[in-house]
Each structure stands twice: as C-alpha cells, then as structure tokens.
Design a protein around this ligand. Structure first.
Ligand code: PHE
Ligand code: FE
Length: 276
C-alpha cells in the first residue's frame, strides 16, 4: 500500500480562502433547501451526525474522527480522480478518497469532475450508515476482483447507478441516496419530479448491462427498497455473473425492456404498475 501514501495529500484546511468557504456556503444552503423531503433519511442523519453544515468547507480530520467512531471509515485527501486500483484499494480499507478543491463560482450548477462539495457533502454522510458503509467496502473489494477479471465496465455501472445516482423507495415516496444527485441542485429535482427519466426497480444484472452518460442528467434511475436489500443483492460472487452477462447485449441508457415497469408511488415501495 505504499502507493496509497504516495497518492494521498494533506487537505491544508487553513489554506482555503474566505471566498472558497463562501462558495461552499452557497452550495450547501441551496442543497439544504432542496433536500428536505427529497434526500433519504439515512443521508440527512449522516449530515447531522457529522455536523457538516453551512459554515464552510469542513476540516477532514474532524470528519474522519466522527466517521471512524461511527463506522470505521476515514477520509483520504487526494488531488483528483485516483487510478482505479488505488481507488478500490482505499475503499476496501474503509478509506474514502476525497478531493480538496472547490469549484469556481461559474461552476455552481455543474462540474464534470468531483470536487470537495461533491465528495464531502454528497458521499461522506452516507458512510455514517452501517449497512451502506459495509456496501462501500465490499464494493472496493469487488473492484479489485473485477480488475483482475477484466470486468470493470460492468462493475462501474453498479457504482454509477447506486452510489452516484441511486433512488430508494420509502413509505413517503421516492428519496435520493446517490451522491451525484445529492450534490446537484438541478438533478435533485429532476430525478424525482421530471416525467422524462425512467425509474425502474433495481436489478443487478440489468444495472450491470446498462450504459450511462456522464455529461447529462440520467435517463434511467434504479430504485432499491432498502440498503440491506442492495447489500444482499451484491453479496454473491460476481465472477459467474460477469460471464453470464458477457453473452448478453448492453442496454442503452434510455431503454426500457419489454415487461419492465416504472416505479409507482400509488402502489407503495417498488411494486410495479404499467406506465411504460
Ligand atoms: N460480490 C461482489 C463480487 O464477488 C463484490 C461486490 C460487493 C461488488 C458489493 C460490489 C458491491 O465481486
Ligand atoms: Fe462521486
């Protein structure tokens, strides 16, 4: 793990300017208003437990101590996107790689690469939840294995459609748990309220076959019932599953297959009703 040390940096919290903290405040205030009633309760609990708030960019050391006590995770400061193998190795050791820089004022609405707001406000609160914390570690181990087997593409789709863009069904309706949505003002509303995207029940093989766009709102979201279900669905050995889906065609980001049904609020959690 020497390369882990080589790739991690110091956050240098005292080096942030007043303007950088002000950008955090703008982003945070806006998401706070949008996320009540849209984010899942596990996320809101995590935010509160960490004391991540409008004050300014948090000090990673303080967050790591709180996280560590709750679920054994810590934050590893990194300069940007880290190589796949290192990323998985960090997750497998319950280290979450977080960028340190914050976007500029002209990028408040959209940024293609992760910044500290996405990583800390989007991802880290979910790691306060025990089941989700275990899922992320298992994903890291699964990533190392997928690399060896040559099936990173399929595994990355699972991350994309759960960790980054996942929705969860609750008795009150759909809620967001995906970090890519939680840190985006536009997509926080779009994913739940717009009539265009498909909202389909989570299915492991279906997700691993589905391509995605990285530069626009998603055309399909996958809905889980709870985190224990997600963890259970991903527990089996993926090696035979990779072989099985390798023989099947990929699925376009906007496709709905015959027999697939949209998630319907009326019917309660994830019970399907034709709307396709
Ligand atoms: N069970 C998966 C495997 O054998 C590992 C994994 C767990 C992957 C959770 C993703 C999420 O590869
Ligand atoms: Fe992310």
């Amino acid at each position: 793990m020497d390369d882990v040390r080589d790739c991690t940096i110091e956050q240098n919290w005292s080096g942030y300017s007043a303007d950088e903290h002000a950008i955090w405040r703008l982003l945070f205030d806006r998401q706070q208003r949008l996320l009540v009633g849209r984010a899942c309760q596990e996320y809101l609990d995590g935010l509160r437990g960490l004391g991540v708030a409008a004050g300014g960019i948090p000090d990673f050391r303080r967050l790591s101590d709180l996280l560590d006590r709750a679920t054994g995770w810590r934050i590893a400061a990194v300069p940007g996107i880290v190589p796949d193998e290192l990323f998985f190795a960090l997750l497998a050791r319950r280290r979450f790689p977080s960028t340190c820089f914050i976007r500029r004022r002209d990028q408040l609405d959209y940024l293609q690469e992760p910044d500290v707001f996405h990583d800390i406000c989007g991802h880290v609160p979910m790691l306060m939840n025990r089941v989700f914390a275990d899922y992320m570690q298992a994903y890291g181990e699964g990533g190392l294995k997928a690399l060896r087997l040559g099936h990173l593409t399929e595994l990355a789709r699972l991350y994309w459609y759960t960790v980054e863009f996942g929705l969860i069904a609750t008795p009150e309706g759909l809620r967001i748990y995906g970090s890519g949505i939680l840190s985006s003002a536009g997509e926080s509303v779009y994913c739940l309220e717009d009539s265009h995207p498909h909202r389909l029940r989570f299915d492991l093989r279906r997700v691993m076959r589905t391509r995605y766009h990285i530069d626009r709102y998603q055309q399909t979201y996958f809905v889980i019932d709870d985190f224990a279900e997600l963890f259970a669905a991903t527990r089996p050995d993926f090696a035979p599953i990779y072989r099985e889906i390798a023989a099947l065609p990929e699925i376009a980001p906007d496709a709905v297959l015959p027999g697939e049904r949209a998630w319907s609020k009326k019917e309660g959690p994830c019970v399907s009703t034709a709307r396709v």
